[in-house]
Design a protein around this ligand. Structure first.
Ligand code: 5GP
Ligand code: SF4
Ligand code: MG
Length: 465
């Protein structure tokens, strides 16, 4: 998901819609905005589909006046999947004795099922199937006198990954979980302030990138002032390395690093780790593009657009049903036949999850007359599900959980298949000495199986780490 909020600017909802548009790659199922205006109070709109189709019309935007707003773009990793119910669309809103508050959450809470059971037993009435709604109910149960303290209370009880943006009548609040699994950044816009999942959304509103919210940090912005606190005990940062590989936009800056540069460097590492003789290096667009550029630069093999992407199609992985995902590859990608015929082609993609994409692309490329097909993957084999906000399927659907690398090569049907090593990935992400085994610098659980937060709900359901 993506979260965005702004305070201290006229027409905050318009800025928020622009920010959400720039974060659309983080979630395409639905979006919502809550705005506050002293005259009309809190107003909200939630819609299915793209930001540009919903939060541009006057009939919607005119209902969201005020100089304070937050927004959320949804990609379902918890709660209803695929057929998202509108009641699951954030931000969530609650009325408390001291006034209203809205929250928007990116990440995934790993103890939400247990919390929900407990809260329902004690009288909470849930409106949605979303894990994030627990936060509102925990806030309602807190005895603190102001909302930011109640948010702290609530977030001390949840486990897992959360970058949360909240608002009251006068405050914009941002919090990152102690490990900082999901991103959250602070920007300055005119006299006001913005919080965003990624810096690319600051660019679109002309905001200046000030800094990241740190892991375990809470900022409360009121009357133009930013106040920082540390509600949780000390913990070592474990940012999601997959944000660098795939999830974030390449024009964003994460952890002080250009996402594009990390991806290009992954390609460089791949060319060193897994060279092969070939005529062309082609990305699987868009997510494989920077790594393909790096591979080509390092290997000296020409870069070419062997696969053309239909720009009117979104991210296929994010389509939750199998049949649409299958179709999706064809709707989205087509081979540049004239270029491919008779060539030995290196294809660079960001990840292999179920293998659907790779297999379809191999078919297309061979059908177009390629002489050889070599896959190079910009992440290690995805052998474990993510419980922190990326919707990887159950283990039994993950190709790498069932097969060795050679079996995967054979199943996909290509001449060679190589994944970047975990150390190579860390080097590309700026860790010159690779992965620190005793204390890894990032979360990499989907590759290593080492979960930085035990997924309590999953373990209760029989998941074995
Ligand atoms: P597969 O077809 O192997 O199941 O999925 C891999 C493809 O899904 C890659 O091309 C990758 O770009 C795309 N993808 C989209 N969203 C995600 C995600 O959340 N996780 C992973 N691992 N891959 C994703
Ligand atoms: Fe990111 Fe993978 Fe960790 Fe999930 S498990 S937070 S996708 S690195
Ligand atoms: Mg892809």
């Amino acid at each position: 998901c993506g979260v965005f909020g702004v305070i201290g600017v006229a027409d905050a909802a318009n800025f928020t819609a622009l920010g959400m548009h720039a974060l659309q790659h983080r979630g395409q199922e639905a979006g919502g905005i809550v705005a506050y205006d002293p005259e009309t109070g809190f107003n909200s709109a939630r819609r299915f589909g793209y930001v540009r189709d919903n939060f541009t019309s006057r009939s919607v935007m005119d209902t969201l006046p005020g100089s304070l707003a937050i927004g959320h773009v949804r990609y379902s990793t918890a709660g209803s999947k695929g057929n998202t119910a509108i009641r699951d669309v954030q931000p969530f809103f609650g009325e408390f004795s001291m006034g209203g508050a809205a929250i928007a959450h990116n990440g995934n809470l790993t103890n939400a099922a247990a919390l929900r059971r407990e809260l329902i037993e004690r009288g909470s009435i849930f409106q949605s199937s979303s894990d994030s709604e627990c936060i509102i109910h925990l806030m309602a149960r807190s005895i603190q006198k102001n909302i930011s303290e109640r948010i702290k209370d609530a977030l001390r009880r949840v486990e897992g990954a959360f970058s949360v943006i909240a608002m009251t009548r006068t405050k914009l609040i941002g919090v990152r979980d102690p490990l900082g699994v999901r991103p959250l950044v602070l920007g300055r816009v005119g006299e006001g302030w913005a919080l965003s999942s990624e810096t690319c959304a600051l660019d679109i509103i002309g905001a200046e990138f000030i800094r990241e919210i740190e892991p375990g940090e809470m900022v409360v912005i009121e009357h133009g002032e930013v106040q920082s606190s540390r509600p949780f005990g000390p913990a070592k940062s474990r940012f999601c390395i997959f944000e660098h590989v795939y999830f974030s936009r390449p024009d964003s800056i994460l952890g002080g690093r250009s996402v594009y540069e990390t991806r290009r460097q992954i390609g460089v590492e791949l060319a060193i780790e897994a060279p092969v003789e070939a005529d062309l290096v082609c990305p699987v667009p868009d997510s494989g593009t920077p790594a393909a550029i790096g591979y080509s630069q390092q290997s000296g093999i020409p870069y070419a657009m062997g696969i053309i992407r239909n720009q009117y199609m979104g991210r296929t992985f994010i389509e939750p049903t199998e049949s649409i995902r299958n179709m999706g590859v064809l709707l989205k990608l087509n081979v540049n036949r004239a270029l491919i015929k008779g060539k030995r082609v290196i294809l660079v993609d960001d990840s292999v999850v179920r293998g659907t994409t790779s297999r379809k692309i191999k078919d297309m490329i061979l059908d177009a007359g390629a002489a050889e097909v070599h896959f190079r993957i910009a992440s290690p084999p995805t052998a474990w599900p993510c419980f922190y906000g990326v919707d990887t399927p159950d283990r039994d659907k993950l190709l790498a959980a069932r097969m060795s690398e050679e079996e995967m090569r054979e199943w996909i049907g290509v001449d060679s298949l190589k994944f970047i090593s975990l150390d190579g990935l860390y080097r590309a992400a700026g860790e010159a000495n690779g992965r620190n085994r005793a204390s890894p610098q990032y979360c990499d659980a989907c590759f290593s199986g080492e979960y930085p937060v035990a997924p309590a709900d999953q373990i209760e359901n029989g998941f074995q780490m």
